[in-house]
Write a protein that binds this ligand. Structure first.
Ligand code: GDP
Length: 444
């Protein structure tokens, strides 16, 4: 599994600092020494590591951490934020042209997975974005390339435009785009030629296609397994072509992760998608934050959702999914969910399912206080129907009443309200991912 070594090392390292009530500069220094080694071992670019360590160290000994009540946790939060930032921060979305079709030019060295990824991306655009893609086979050098794309097109039931290997790539692209326009396709994906190494002839050809097609996206497909080579290729292609994003393939393999962590910083272009296998549905949008979460072992939310889905009936799951998506989730639903969660088995078993939980001291044999859940239920039951549906109306006097009614403190009521709001926010963000939760792939 990708990132395994890095994840293991980082998790062990941050574990040491997690529970600390006081964090000294020496603690931070010690931790950062280990973080640095872990990143270098994962084949992360040397300069990137240096910068990362500097940034995290500065923030970790700064006010925001030292003055907080939970400095250990804060340091980890900083590591996660900076790791997310390193991989691009926000998820980078695919472009949409103001006037269709949106033209996407695929580039990359031979064997990186360019042709396969062209098919996968078209498939994803149709399935998840409801688009109508049109493929152009413009790799006239590799003998089997056109055939390969045609086979993929047939498999996906999608049109593939080709003019054989006697017409220039630029001309194929020109005619292909023309046809896509006539036939009202809204995404055009151009599979271009690759080489074993970067050479001037290839770059000239790609520049010609770029000039003619005026693409909205130029994606570079690189193989994550090639580590720093992938980073160099990305830097090079970017210099020559000014790419708009990177697609990192073969992340299902045994990569140490260096490419995923360095590309954004070195080439200054975001990773937009990642390839997770050879099949046509094995391409996923890249989420820096989820990836950081995964590397730091911060929980497998998707699996928990899957498990929840497996334990409720289809109808109910659909209803919940709708509520999550529209953020119309109420306290009544929350009560309902608590019941469901309980029916999934003992909570301590569920917690163990979280990746990293087994490594966290104290979590390996945690005893969940089921009483605590009873308290939460009591608080919710003390709310009126209206309050359960619209918690924003719960003002100070209502909070007092609820606390009294449930026999809990106002602080507990406040905490629950706050957590509920946060959960709603999180569910809203997650709703897009939820559908895919059943698929194999990233587990966070
Ligand atoms: P191209 O020369 O860049 O067009 O490369 P291809 O599309 O022919 O892919 C080269 C090989 O990599 C093929 O065997 C693909 O099935 C495989 N491949 C592509 N993407 C992935 C991926 O994300 N994961 C895995 N495991 N294999 C992949």
């Amino acid at each position: 599994m990708a990132f395994e070594g890095l994840a293991d090392r980082l998790q062990t390292t941050i574990q040491k600092i997690r529970g600390k009530g006081k964090v000294t500069e020496a603690d931070v220094k010690e931790m950062m020494r280990e973080v640095r080694l872990a990143l270098l071992e994962a084949d992360v670019n040397f300069k990137v590591v240096k910068q990362f360590v500097k940034k995290v160290s500065e923030r970790a000994v700064g006010q925001e951490v030292m003055k907080s009540l939970t400095p250990g946790q804060q340091v980890i939060k900083v590591v996660k934020e900076e790791l997310t930032e390193l991989m691009g921060g926000e998820q980078s979305k695919i472009a949409v042209a103001k006037r269709p079709p949106t033209v996407i030019m695929m580039s990359g060295l031979q064997g990186a997975g360019k042709t396969t990824t062209t098919g996968k991306l078209a498939n994803l655009l149709r399935k998840s974005y409801n688009r109508k893609p049109f493929l152009i086979a413009a790799d006239i050098y590799r003998p089997a390339a056109i055939k390969q794309l045609e086979t993929i097109g047939k498999q996906l039931n999608m049109p593939v435009f080709s003019l054989g290997d006697k017409v220039s790539p630029a001309e194929i692209v020109r005619q292909g785009i023309e046809k896509a326009k006539e036939e009202h396709y809204d995404y055009v994906l151009i599979d271009t030629a690759g080489r074993l190494h970067i050479d001037e002839e290839l770059m000239q050809e790609l520049r010609d296609i770029k000039e003619l097609a005026d693409p909205d996206e130029i994606f570079l497909v690189v193989d994550a397994m090639t580590g720093q080579d992938a980073v160099n290729v990305a830097e090079n292609f970017n210099d020559q072509l000014d790419i708009t994003g990177v697609i990192l393939t073969k992340l299902d393999g045994d990569t140490r992760g260096g490419a995923a962590l360095s590309i954004r910083s070195v080439a200054q272009k975001p990773i937009k998608f990642v390839g997770m296998g050879e099949k046509m549905d094995a391409l996923e949008p890249f989420h820096p934050e989820r990836m950081a979460s995964r590397i730091l072992g911060m929980g497998d939310v998707l699996t928990l959702i899957e498990k929840a889905q497996a334990n409720v009936d289809e109808e109910k799951a659909k209803e919940m999914e709708h509520k999550f998506r529209t953020a119309s989730f109420t306290f009544d639903d929350f009560l309902d969910q608590l019941g469901q969660v309980r029916s999934m088995g003992p909570l301590d078993e569920l917690i163990k399912m979280m990746p990293g939980a087994n490594k966290m001291k104290g979590l390996d044999n945690i005893q969940v206080d089921e009483k605590q859940i009873g308290h939460v239920e009591a608080i919710i039951r003390s709310m009126t129907k209206e309050e359960k549906e619209r918690p924003d109306i719960i003002n100070a006097s209502r909070r007092r009443r609820i606390a009294k009614g449930s026999g809990r403190t106002i602080q507990e009521v406040n905490r629950l309200l706050k957590q509920f709001e946060e959960m709603k926010k999180m569910l809203k963000q997650m709703s897009g991912m939820q559908q895919k939760g059943k698929k194999k792939g990233f587990k966070f």
